[in-house]
Design a binder for this molecule. Sequence first.
Ligand code: CMC
Length: 421
Amino acid sequence: MGESITVTDNRNGASVEIPIVDGGVDSARWRDLLGGVWFYDPGMASTAVTSSAVAEIDGEAGILRYRGYPIEQLARSSTFPEVAYLLMYGELPDEAQLAEWSYDITRHTFIHENFRKRIYDAFHYDAHPMGLLVSGVAGLSTFYPEAKDIFDPENRRAQVVRMIAKMPTLAAAAYRFSRGLPFQFPDNEDDYPTRFLKMMFDIGGEYQPDPALVQAMRVLFILHADHGQNCSTTATRVVGSSHADPYTAIAAGCAALYGPLHGGANEAVINMLNGIGDYDSVDDFIAGVKEGKQRLMGFGHRIYKNYDPRAVIIKAAAHDVFKVIDKNPLLDIALKLEEVALADDYFISRRLYPNVDFYSGLIYQALGFPTNMFTVLFAIGRTPGWLAHWNEMVEQNSRIYRPRQIYTGAPLRDYVAIEDR
Ligand code: CMC
């Protein structure tokens, strides 16, 4: 045996030697020794729930790679459809493959009229667009009942294509609904980010986004495309592991993303910056964070104990955007917050650095997105990642998720009639 660990049960001296394979040890071998004793791991911080070939993350070194390709190179040179293909199928497409893929994810951008008129119209006018998106993605499963046949690879591909194609349409429709604006049909001549920006903002055919803004959107979609077994991907896998159709599984991913500790953090960052209000209030705000009054949103990460590599790219993208449009006044507050925090022992000792959400909201706001759309943008970017993990899980024929718990409730007791309580 190569590298291994030995676990000894001190109650009876029994022990088991378990090989270390790819940095993991097989829990089934521990179970042989410790039947009925569970590994207590809140938040699954020390548990590898699967093997995966989609994204590699080294949190200590600040490294993120999709299928082996460094995120910096993809952000610089690739397109979002190409990255989506890479995540799904493991290799960069050749010209013919990319042409077919781009055609497919363009041809399926439309959503059924009933969808917009009946499903979205049922919501209150000021509904949060993430609420609409979660419901919308789940609703798609009712339009494509054949999606339940998850073990047919061709069928899986059809749903993958539909979801990558329709997500921006659903997202833009949610926004236009909230503004009382007429729905804008997708223009299939445009590239992916341009098409989305036009569906969002065009009124009367006059909107043409600045190429620098299209570039920023491209980069942001790529940076959000995957991140291993994060909360929303895990939610997608948990639901998918029961063999639910992929729309329902991805709706679970969207729901998980909605929370402020995950995809809602970019919105929370802007609210925080607005709350701080001016440059001179930064020190007081940081003092409050250290006293535990609030968190510094956009800082810290379960995996990265170093600068989040996506934050480096987004910070540079923010500077590029603010060369062509007026600088977001909140940028100065953000830059000072970062400077103060990175020099402060509270953040240094806990290894808290800016994460992907610290600067992304500033760009979104500059592009004209309202804050409640930020998490929706994250969802569009993350869709290929969710799908790649779902597809990988189906191919692995993985088991249904069914963790254990440590029961700490009341011991056995007899029911007491209400008049005797
Ligand atoms: N501000 C202040 N203190 C923090 C922060 C923060 N943003 N994040 C962590 N800490 C402290 C925390 O109080 C704890 O201190 P102590 O040891 O004294 O109790 C220590 O650092 C460890 O924190 P934790 O909560 O155990 O860390 P976690 O791995 O469970 O949480 C996190 C990770 C991202 C939820 C957390 O860092 C956080 O709440 N950050 C702010 C929200 C945020 O920006 N989320 C976006 C994450 S990146 C996008 C994505 O992948 O979704």
